[in-house]
Design a protein around this ligand. Sequence first.
Ligand SMILES: *Cc1c(COP(=O)(O)O)cnc(C)c1O
Length: 233
Amino acid sequence: MHGSDEIASRLGAVRDEIAAAEAAFDRPSGAVTLVAVSKTKPQSDVLAAYAAGQRVFGENRVQEGLQKFDPLRASLPDLVLHLIGPLQTNKVADAVRTFEVIETVDRLKLAESLAQAWRQPGVRLKSCFIQVNTGAEPQKAGILPHEADDFIATCRDRLGLPVVGLMCIPPVEDEPALHFAFLKAMALRHGLRALSMGMSGDYRLAIQQGATHVRIGSAIFGDRVRAEADPAA
Ligand SMILES: *Cc1c(COP(=O)(O)O)cnc(C)c1O
């Protein structure tokens, strides 16, 4: 199959799986947003997915997201871009102009910097997720579980950030369902409606546990070569 046909067909299969999981687990149809993770993939892959109806994309690096998507914005105004990788404070100004959604708010300094930046003119950012390091893994981004309740309240109430939900990446060696259920309970406690959880290998389970956003890369675009740059690998 030609590359763009292959992307369209994989995308169709993922959409069917999502719809089947919504039906199987009593979720309303359309409850789950597919974030197509195009990191390391060329613009042509994004265009192939767009032509097949995909509008929401995810990138894990600010610079890569900017270079790949900024040139497309004029002709494709309905694109929605999520940042799903760690954000350094020195990239915040670029990030709020590049991404509609930042899923990786995970520490006070970053939250304060975002709170300033997103009120500036010309900003794309509309909503944030708090990333929770549910497995308390030292090498992984995300606020630690025991600090999360305070941090969520600070982001929302003191800093006025547009927090809509929570995001997590479970440890590879753990049963992901436990992490998904933990994240859902935390979101309920705070009255947050959105839950970004589930990737190519576990999104059906995540939908069962209440995911509203699944972040899917390889099942749509194929395997990535640059595995060492991949925090979710
Ligand atoms: C790369 C990445 C994904 C997508 O992973 P796949 O296994 O290719 O679906 C999802 N979430 C985050 C945070 C990522 O970095």
